[in-house]
Design a protein around this ligand. Structure first.
Ligand code: IPM
Ligand code: MG
Length: 367
């Protein structure tokens, strides 16, 4: 069976990371017989420059035809002046909604080797392993009506709509319970039910679904408190399920607990486990083209792809293990070198990727 993977390098540090990261797939093919066919296409600012739109029809078609999509990052100052509807980010949002990738898994796992790179005290984060499940195709990101208009007095007025249907809430809640069932058996649903009707409905539906999962311990938390708890005592969480915007914010907070945004992978899945995989970090235009970017979030995203879309737990385990091996060996990109002793070796995007691929290949050969 040949799997089709669409590679969307995007903007900023996306292309340079992707250029190296795809070699992991070659290693999986050569050492493990994991047959893949790669296609490449444009998205985001790169697509705006080449074709005048952040999500060209050909890109969307290829994404639909693919079994999985691997995306770098989109956006940059060059396109910041464009109106919201034409910005690079629209490419990403368009892929999410057109492919119905409603479930966004954002694990925040602290590699023990990086405890000193976290902004929190090591004892607060050591052993951290939480999963943020973010609803990705609804909520205020996509609600209508939206826009900026002039009111009767001639003043401009901007508005968005925060909306969730019962079925949208139910399917993400259900997945939250299932994911919790496969790990720590605790689910925390985050909302703002004290103020927003839409999230009061969210809470009601999550409570209803809880009846189907009696072995999962469910709690509810307001989003402001959840933000506070994540920096106060993050290890209290197992799986967090929340809406699109709250999930966007909380996942950046959780990311920082692990030392760097450069470490966090993500998966965006549809109902059939087709997925788009991308690092949580952005396009980091300030360091683009300098061989400074941390490729580990992208490599760990490929591990998630092995696990969730292709059901190749072995490849996923060995790739995650290879990342850990390389951290053990003391290799660090600049973003994860903070607070470290002189024994670490500062490396660039290319050398970091080479080292992971080497460790991954050795692991595959060893068995
Ligand atoms: C993310 C990003 C995106 C989002 C942006 C780039 C549109 O911040 O994936 O978290 O807000 O979803
Ligand atoms: Mg974000």
């Amino acid at each position: 069976m040949t799997r089709k993977i669409l590679i969307l390098p995007g903007d900023g540090i996306g292309p340079e990371i992707m250029q190296h990261a795809v070699r992991v797939l070659e290693a999986a093919r050569d050492r493990y017989g994991f047959e893949v066919e790669l296609e490449h296409a444009l998205v985001g600012g790169a697509a705006i420059d080449a074709e005048g739109t952040p999500l060209p029809a050909t890109t969307l078609e290829l994404a639909r035809a693919a079994d999985a999509v691997l995306l770098g990052a989109v956006g940059g100052p060059k396109w910041d002046a464009l109106p919201t509807a034409q910005r690079p980010e629209r490419g990403l949002l368009g892929l999410r909604s057109n492919l119905e990738l409603f479930a966004n898994l954002r694990p925040a796992i602290l590699f023990p080797q990086l405890a000193s790179a976290s902004s929190l005290k090591p004892e607060l984060v050591s052993g951290l392993d939480i999963l943020i499940l973010r609803e990705l195709t609804g909520g205020i990101y996509f609600g209508e009506p939206r826009g900026v208009e002039r009111d009767a007095s001639g003043q401009r007025r901007g508005f968005n709509t925060y909306v969730y249907t019962e079925s949208e809430i139910r399917r993400i809640a259900r997945l939250g319970f299932e994911l919790a069932g496969a790990r720590g058996k605790r689910l925390c649903s985050v909302d703002k039910a004290n103020v927003l009707e839409v999230t009061a409905l969210w809470r009601e539906i999550v409570d209803e679904e809880a009846r189907n999962f009696p072995d999962i311990e469910l709690s509810h938390m307001y989003v402001d408190n959840a933000g506070m708890q994540l920096v106060r005592a993050p290890k209290q969480f197992d799986v967090i399920v929340t809406g699109n915007m709250f999930g966007d914010i909380l996942s950046d907070v959780a990311a920082m607990l692990t030392g760097s945004l450069g470490m966090l992978p993500s998966a965006a899945l549809d109902a059939n486990s087709k997925g788009m995989y991308e690092p949580v970090h952005g396009s980091a235009p300030d360091i683009a083209g300098k061989n400074l970017a941390n490729p580990l979030a992208t490599l760990l995203s490929i591990a998630m792809m092995f696990r969730y879309t292709f059901a190749q737990a072995r490849l996923a385990d060995e790739l995650e293990g290879a990342v850990s091996d390389v951290l053990d060996a003391g290799l660090r990109t600049r973003d994860i070198a903070q607070g470290e002793s002189a024994s670490v070796q500062l490396v660039g995007t290319d050398a970091m990727t080479d080292a992971v691929i080497k460790a991954f290949s050795q692991r595959l050969d060893a068995s």
